[in-house]
Design a protein around this ligand. Structure first.
Ligand code: GTQ
Length: 340
């Protein structure tokens, strides 16, 4: 009788909470994502191979997605975030489009490419952070020599989970330049002197490019005087000059310098994090995995996973770019952290 009752309630579109309770209300989060490291020297030859055999007329974007083994379908890098490595060759263009997902590029190597974002050409140099916030038109073009490669970061796993994903192609292959090149970076890079004639406060930073030259200047300015974080080293947040907040409502970006011999404390937080090694080498213990990273590698730290960063060099800095879903998690009142 009781078994029949269970079948009957299932047919009525119901389920007994008492059989599911433990799965629905865990004592703490258990990410399906796993700690994982992608080694750049292993990926690069295949990026160049596909640059050779696949034209940009055949692919919307020529990108190797960094797929977390715990999140194969739909592919994602952490539960909420995506990372990919994109390559474009001299003379190529990548079709203009826009999506409600927010995106950025962190430039890895090459020279002479730019992305056009809502009519502004934004030029790329290694170490630059370029934003293409949600629903901004963007296409890429390369007028230099040699391949140009960068890290793409997007929030589409989160946006799709929220069923808020929209996508649209631009009417032409590329946008025309409508404002002077790199105008947004030049207007805003001084941070505390913002244009008073055209305030456009919105949820996104108005800066097209946070150039590496300014990042290096920021580190130089504080030099050895900064205390830094016990877990994350001398860590700086890229901010929205309108409000001092994160660069986009769903994605926060940071850059950290781990001094020679740095050994972080063990920490965990509800946001998930994707790291890109700008410089140096070291290791991060993430739950039970030891991720031994070198320059240009990418690694994923799932939400609520314990992590500890170590700069294994006693003479060289390590520099880690990172991004998280912390702005979204914080806005929803779900941010937690713990230092072991
Ligand atoms: O360059 O616009 O890796 O739209 C994924 C989706 C890059 C891009 C990605 C995209 C792009």
């Amino acid at each position: 009788m009781t078994e029949e009752a269970y079948e009957a309630i299932a047919r009525l579109g119901t389920a007994p909470l008492w059989r599911y309770f433990g799965n629905l209300f865990n004592a703490e989060p258990r990410s399906r994502a796993v700690p994982y490291l992608w080694r750049y020297p292993e990926l690069r030859p295949y990026l160049l191979h596909f640059a050779d055999v696949l034209s940009l007329e055949e692919a919307e974007r020529r990108v190797l997605m960094l797929v977390n083994p715990g999140l194969p379908d739909p592919p994602a890098t952490t539960t909420t975030l995506y990372a990919g490595i994109q390559v474009i060759l001299p003379g190529e263009t990548a079709q203009a489009h826009r999506h409600s997902a927010g995106a950025f590029r962190f430039i890895i190597e090459g020279r002479g490419a730019y992305t056009t974002v809502n009519g502004e050409r934004v030029h790329m140099h290694p170490g630059d952070l370029l934003l293409t916030p949600g629903w901004h038109w963007h296409d890429h073009a390369h007028e230099g020599d040699g391949p140009m490669l960068w890290l793409d970061g997007l929030d589409f796993p989160l946006v799709n989970a929220l069923e808020a994903g929209f996508f649209e192609l631009f009417g032409e292959r590329t946008q025309k330049a409508e404002v002077p090149d790199d105008i947004s970076s030049r207007q805003f890079i001084h941070g505390r002197l913002t244009p008073a004639w055209d305030p456009r406060p919105g949820p996104n930073s108005p800066i097209g490019n946070y150039p590496w030259t300014e990042t290096a200047r920021a580190f130089d300015a504080i030099a050895e005087d900064a205390t830094g974080s016990d877990a994350d080293g001398v860590v700086l947040e890229y901010t929205n000059p309108w409000n001092g907040g994160p660069v986009m409502p769903t994605i926060g970006c940071r850059i950290a310098r781990l001094r020679p011999g740095f050994r972080g404390v063990v920490r965990r937080q509800t946001p998930s994090t994707i790291y890109h090694v700008v410089r140096g080498s070291g290791a991060s213990r993430v739950d039970d995995q030891l991720l031994e990273w070198s320059e240009k590698d990418v690694f994923a730290v799932p939400g609520w996973a314990r992590y500890q960063h170590v700069n294994s060099s006693t003479s060289q800095d390590a520099v880690l770019f990172s991004y998280t879903d912390a702005p979204a998690i914080t806005a929803l009142g779900l941010y937690r952290e713990e230092v072991a």
